[in-house]
Design a protein around this ligand. Structure first.
Ligand SMILES: [Zn+2]
Length: 237
């Protein structure tokens, strides 16, 4: 085969391997089996955790308010010891009563927060075995994948290195033609000529058009770069 054509075929093969590896790195097959379930269980778990946290924070805030109210009552009781007339005494009693009513409402709200906390805690307990299972499997596969990933990254690096070497060996016009066709034909710029099934003619394996006899003879001679009349791909035997 013409050495330039041989380099083009190698370059195309190199590039398609790079594409395949890049896809694997972007969407690892190893993790794909558990990725969906892992994400779904994680989402549910995080929602319950957030709700539990919110209920706890709400409870804490209510408790702090209740503590403040109890402090106010204690202070009023102190004042009560020093009142000089019935009017002041009644006013203080009234205030204590009001705060006390507020505290009763508070207790109700606290109970509700406590119940919400309990619901979320139970939901978390229920999801825990499933979470342990899927996160364990996910971690195992992650570890497995990190080894595979390293190997793929090394392979990709080697391919890039080889690509540079191959491209250096090509004359500029041939390289430019290759890249133009590679882009235009989605990664298939160089294709072999094949024998048309059951017939004596040869065809382009890229677009299946039958080659003219002289065109085929030129491709077979391999002296220059010959392209398909129809799809413009570079042909080789
Ligand atoms: Zn063609």
């Amino acid at each position: 085969m013409n050495p330039e054509l041989k380099t083009l075929v190698e370059l195309q093969d190199n590039l398609s391997q790079q594409t395949r590896i890049t896809r694997q790195l972007e969407n690892p097959e190893t993790l794909r089996a558990v990725a969906g379930e892992y994400a779904a269980v994680l989402k549910v778990k995080e929602e319950h955790e957030a709700a539990l946290e919110a209920a706890r924070a709400g409870k804490k805030a209510l408790e702090a308010q209740a503590e403040e109210k109890r402090g106010q009552i204690a202070a009023l009781r102190q004042q009560m010891q020093m009142v000089r007339n019935q009017k002041e005494y009644s006013a203080i009693l009234n205030s204590i009563d009001q705060i006390q009513r507020g505290l009763t409402q508070h207790d109700e709200a606290l109970k509700q927060k406590g119940a919400a906390e309990e619901v979320q805690r139970k939901a978390l307990d229920e999801i825990l075995p499933r979470w342990n299972d899927i996160s364990g499997r996910h971690a195992g596969l992650e570890a497995q994948w990190s080894g595979q990933k390293r190997a793929l990254e090394e392979k990709l690096e080697a391919l890039r290195h080889e690509q540079k070497f191959l491209e250096r060996n090509l004359p500029e016009p041939v390289k430019a033609l290759f890249w133009k066709t590679h882009t235009l034909r989605q990664g298939l710029a160089v294709v072999p000529v094949v024998l048309k099934e059951g017939r004596p003619e040869h065809s382009c394996s890229g677009c299946h058009i039958i080659l003219r006899p002289q065109q085929y003879a030129d491709v077979a001679a391999g002296k220059e770069i010959i392209r398909c009349d129809q799809c413009q791909r570079i042909l080789y035997v």
